[in-house]
Design a protein around this ligand. Structure first.
Ligand SMILES: Nc1nc2c(c(=O)[nH]1)N[C@H]1C(S)=C(S)[C@@H](COP(=O)(O)O)O[C@H]1N2
Ligand SMILES: [Mo]
Length: 426
């Protein structure tokens, strides 16, 4: 399989773009609604364009007791974490390549709005459209455009976050996901490019900002950040982004964005705005708290105001086994798992069943697929009863492989280190 355009180049395009965006903000040529002046100054300091300003982070809101999720969340399949539900990897064994909707993780900043497709419209607006017009699309209008089907995972930028603490002894903020904040589905919808062109995309458009119809997001300290929204460069919007109205052959379920969500293949989950109600197309760079305060890397190893906004996902592997799973010591087991990367298809997975002393290659059950994962397996019989540590290390088409540790960032994004998974042979 051909290697997709290098991730490094995408990342550096993003950071160059980010610097330009910041300069334009300073010159009064960029918009930053709902973002504090202090945050903008902090980002500017990081880009080397102004003096340093003390770092102050907002922490995402604390857990609510009621998750605000519509679908059932059986204990065997999900761990509820505040307003979110994490898929238990063990429950994916034997479910096939695509994650069934009833197993698919849910990440909600607030709660799932139950929207009626018949009343729904998408408003496309902004000075990046010719004549600064406003164009509305009903779901029927979208369905008249050419339909496209794409298999892609959606994975939260914070997936694996709990291992910064559990494996590296570090403190981070945010939902304590293990590895189940990911799912792979077959999405069907229309190209965002087709909708933007139909709306009259202007030559000077630089950013598009989809916004959800779910309630305003209010942080733990009571700050109302408005509705969930994150700018996307026009280049990505015109590349492979979908407005999806089907998931695994069914109308998009309530919890995953019914009736229409944005689907940004290989990028962090926050890019794929659910319940999209409007898309601003702008001739100026745009900011929201989701590309200033959140979803950048902050910490000692990063510029004072954080990295460029995160775009592509990183590389990970997970065993389809419970943590501390009991395995019969007397029998041979076919152990299974999955690996994925935002940078390219997975070409190789090495596993260890003795804590990393010896390694062998896992059997891959899928061809490397960009934007997707591969399933793999390995046969193993425990040499004797006792506790064992399983490890899996994936390599993708770009040569990227999982390190032993991930450099700390304060919000615990993009954990990519090999996870040490304990099991008990009994
Ligand atoms: N409108 C809206 N879109 C959203 C979110 C949200 O809270 N509201 N969460 C984002 C995040 S952080 C992730 S990881 C994905 C999760 O998608 P899923 O719930 O369908 O798995 O949706 C993204 N889109
Ligand atoms: Mo996320």
């Amino acid at each position: 399989m051909r290697t997709p355009r290098s991730a490094v180049s995408t990342a550096s395009v993003e950071s160059t773009y980010d610097r330009r965006r910041l300069r334009q903000w300073l010159a009064g040529e960029a918009r930053a609604d709902g973002v504090s002046r202090r945050d903008m100054l902090r980002l500017l300091a990081a880009a080397g364009a102004a003096t340093a300003v003390p770092l102050a982070l907002n922490t995402p809101a604390a857990a609510a007791t009621s998750p605000g999720i519509v679908k059932p969340l059986p204990d065997d399949w999900f761990t509820v974490r505040g307003t979110n539900a994490e898929t238990k990897f063990a429950s994916l064994a034997g479910t096939g390549y695509h994650t069934p909707v009833d197993h698919f993780f849910v990440r909600n900043h607030t709660s799932t709005p139950v929207l009626d497709a018949a009343d729904w419209t998408l408003t496309v607006h902004g000075d990046g459209l010719t004549h600064d017009r406003t164009v509305e699309f009903s779901l029927d209008d979208l369905k008249k455009l050419p339909a496209v089907t794409r298999t892609a995972f959606v994975e939260c930028a914070g997936n694996g976050r709990s291992f910064f603490t559990g494996q590296q002894g570090q403190t981070v903020t945010g939902t304590a996901w293990t590895l189940g904040a990911i799912g792979t589905a077959r999405w069907r919808g229309v190209r965002l490019a087709d909708v933007l062109r139909r709306a009259g995309l202007g030559r000077h458009a630089v950013d598009v900002m989809p916004r959800g119809l779910d309630p305003d997001y209010v942080t733990a300290d009571g700050t109302d950040l408005g509705r969930v929204r994150r700018p996307l460069p026009v280049s990505k919007a015109l590349d492979d982004v979908l407005l999806a109205y089907e998931m695994n052959g069914e109308p998009l379920p309530y919890d995953h964005g019914h009736p229409v969500r944005v689907l940004v293949p290989s990028w962090i989950g926050i890019s794929s705005i659910k319940w999209v109600g409007d898309i601003e197309v702008s001739a100026q760079p745009l900011y929201s708290p989701w590309n200033t305060d959140f979803y950048r890397l902050f910490g000692d190893s990063y510029p004072e105001g954080g990295s460029a906004p995160l775009a592509r996902q990183t590389i990970k592997s997970a065993w389809e086994l419970a943590w501390d799973a009991n395995l019969d010591a007397a029998t041979e087991h076919r152990l299974t798992g999955r690996s994925w990367s935002g940078h390219g298809g997975i070409v190789r997975v090495d596993v260890s069943t003795d804590g990393g002393t010896s390694w062998r290659r896992a059997r891959l059950h899928d061809a490397p697929q960009r934007n997707g994962w591969v399933r793999w397996s390995v046969d193993w019989r425990a040499p004797a009863p006792g506790v064992y540590t399983l490890l899996a290390r994936a390599t993708d088409t770009t040569g990227r492989t999982q390190p032993d540790t991930t450099v700390l960032n304060t919000q615990g994004y993009l954990f990519d280190a090999v996870v040490r998974h304990p099991v008990k042979a009994v």
